[in-house]
Design a protein around this ligand. Sequence first.
Ligand SMILES: Nc1ncnc2c1ncn2[C@@H]1O[C@H](COP(=O)(O)OP(=O)(O)OP(=O)(O)O)[C@@H](O)[C@H]1O
Ligand SMILES: Cc1ncc(C[n+]2csc(CCOP(=O)(O)O)c2C)c(N)n1
Ligand SMILES: [Mg+2]
Length: 314
Amino acid sequence: MTEKEWITYLKKHLFEKPPVFKTYNEDCTVIQKEEQEFLLITTDALVETIHFKLDYYSFFDLGVKLANSNLSDIAACGGEPEWALLTLGSPIPVDVNWAEPFLQGLNQSLNKFGAHLVGGDTVKSPFFFFNLTLFGKTNFPILRKGAKEGDLIFVSRPLGGSSAFLRMVKTSPLKEIPENLKKAHLYPEPEIILGKELSSKNLATSAIDISDGLLLDLWRICEENSVGAELLQEAIPIEPGATLEDALSGGEDYALLFTVSPSNLHQIGEIETKLKRKFFCIGKILPEKDLYLVSEKKERLKLKPKGFDHFNFK
Ligand SMILES: Nc1ncnc2c1ncn2[C@@H]1O[C@H](COP(=O)(O)OP(=O)(O)OP(=O)(O)O)[C@@H](O)[C@H]1O
Ligand SMILES: Cc1ncc(C[n+]2csc(CCOP(=O)(O)O)c2C)c(N)n1
Ligand SMILES: [Mg+2]
């Protein structure tokens, strides 16, 4: 079974009654503590050869990436990260020469957003793997559920850089790869500040962080809401050095994708001014359950939601 089929299959095994507010097909499990107080829980792993190779990652970088990929799921729910648990799997006895920089990278990224490592587990494993479980909180959770016909689709920054890095590192030495692509893959910034702004203004009708690719992650929002989407090719921001294909389906961007009702568009401008950033409106939500790309020549192409699936190598 593909990863998608597996996620569908396991739905019936997930407990989703109060106080669980929402869990299935979400970036975090959302648990309601009080009327306006929610606990967020997320977990994400990095596995050697699947997510990284040690010839281009330092252990410090691995700590940063592990923290950031988890922080990104808290950001997608409009949360504030708090507590983290680490599972460390190592084929060799733990040695401070690599464990110390790993923990430095991990803690540096967690601490930057007010989160702290408070426990974990350590096991021997045939290869290195690192898993983090991150707890956070929010007063107004943003879900994947909520996007409606006519809502505008935004992404928070240019896409594709991470995937372009991965392509280049297969054939080029690290020092020859442009800095912006290196940064996109090794140090993707989690959008915690933006997520909190969207949440406190109750502005996003839905959100997801782009981990498996723009098309696939957008399609997750569409499926959750029984809608479709249309993207304008010329409006999709592409990181310099990346291709359109990288931006559409590469993954590991950790940008935020969010939808906004057109009647609230002016509030995006207010956030842009406050954060001194620009966000990118790339399309809109459609009633019909399909994905379209309007090319630069104004041709309307129906697309498959192509992206990263751990068990689908078609
Ligand atoms: N092994 C599992 N057991 C229970 N629930 C799972 C398992 N794997 C995934 N899920 C749930 O399936 C849903 C979809 O997970 P998905 O992997 O799309 O989320 P994500 O963490 O945002 O993605 P990514 O892993 O790419 O960061 C989530 O609600 C998640 O909690
Ligand atoms: C060596 C190597 N080969 C391929 C990839 C690409 N890749 C791996 S996992 C993933 C999606 C996010 O992961 P998850 O869904 O587990 O959070 C992507 C795009 C990589 N990073 N390293
Ligand atoms: Mg996510």
